[in-house]
Design a protein around this ligand. Structure first.
Ligand SMILES: Nc1ncnc2c1ncn2[C@@H]1O[C@H](COP(=O)(O)OP(=O)(O)OP(=O)(O)O)[C@@H](O)[C@H]1O
Ligand SMILES: [Mg+2]
Length: 259
């Protein structure tokens, strides 16, 4: 089982869109997926059609109440489970920061799931700040998937997050953390976008996914219908892109049972 943090401290770069749609496409391929919504905004939760309610998130387990396994709920898609986000998570920023072992709380809470391995992959949809939740995700994950918008400041953001990864390694919270993939999102064919991709490729080489996610209004609409793109527009460009990403992801992380 692998734990993947979908993270970038920059807001609005496609973390949630990628978490939800990659999760759905991997599940459709037969991989057993748990999506954990770490964001108090709970966008991934509503994108899968779940209302935001209190008491459902990882907040309890993070603050010493109950286990993560108790928080896992099935979705209407086969092979796809969710731990919702909720507003309580905003409080975790303060409460967990005060607690002992505050960086590795999520890592510890995930350990029983690692041991039992009821999932092939756990995807962590991170909030857009370098707060306690994102740091806990980095400390808990095997690797990072970094969505990057095809825009001028992309590389700057990437060097910031690389620095944080190095810090998480160096402080001993998670010495094995790697950047498993960089995903270019919201691509529109123009010189700037093409140039940004070339630059990221030059710095990160094979880590960058060949698949590039196009800008598509359908991808932005799907969450308001509580549907992954796979269901909302099965024949569309967004679906094709996230299916291709899932295929590339499975090439990098082969599992038994995927089709
Ligand atoms: N490929 C795309 N084409 C068009 N719109 C997109 C695409 N990807 C994401 N969006 C839209 O852009 C906005 C930001 O995307 P998303 O919520 O996935 O980013 P995020 O990184 O999770 O944001 P936050 O940092 O707030 O959590 C959303 O309105 C989303 O619907
Ligand atoms: Mg988000």
């Amino acid at each position: 089982m692998k734990i993947i943090a979908v993270a970038n401290q920059k807001g609005g770069v496609g973390k949630t869109t990628t978490s939800v749609n990659l999760a759905a496409c991997l599940a459709a391929r037969g991989a057993r997926i748990l999506l954990i919504d770490l964001d108090p905004q709970a966008n991934a939760t509503s994108a899968l059609g779940f209302p935001s309610a209190e008491g459902l998130s990882i907040y309890g387990p993070l603050t010493g109440h109950g286990t993560l396994a108790e928080k896992v709920i099935p979705t209407r898609w086969e092979h796809l489970w969710l731990i919702p986000g909720d507003l309580d998570l905003a409080g975790a920023e303060i409460e967990v920061a005060r607690a002992a072992e505050h960086l590795t709380r999520l890592r510890a809470a995930l350990q029983p799931l690692r041991d039992d391995a009821p999932f092939d992959f756990i995807l962590l949809d991170c909030p857009p700040s370098l707060g306690i939740l994102m740091t806990n995700a980095l400390a808990a994950a095997d690797e990072l998937l970094i969505p990057l918008q095809c825009e001028y400041f992309a590389l700057e953001g990437l060097s910031k997050i690389s620095h944080v990864v190095q810090q998480v390694r160096d402080c001993g919270a998670n010495p094995g953390l790697t950047i498993g993939g960089v995903l270019m999102t919201m691509f529109m064919r123009n010189n700037l976008a093409t140039q940004v991709i070339a630059e990221v490729q030059a710095h990160f080489g094979d880590v960058i996914f060949q698949t590039v996610i196009p800008r598509s209004v359908r991808l932005a609409e799907a969450p308001s219908h509580g549907q992954p793109i796979l269901e909302y527009e099965p024949g569309g460009l967004g679906t094709a892109a996230y299916k291709a990403l899932a295929a590339e992801f499975l090439d990098r992380h082969p599992i038994a049972g995927a089709v």
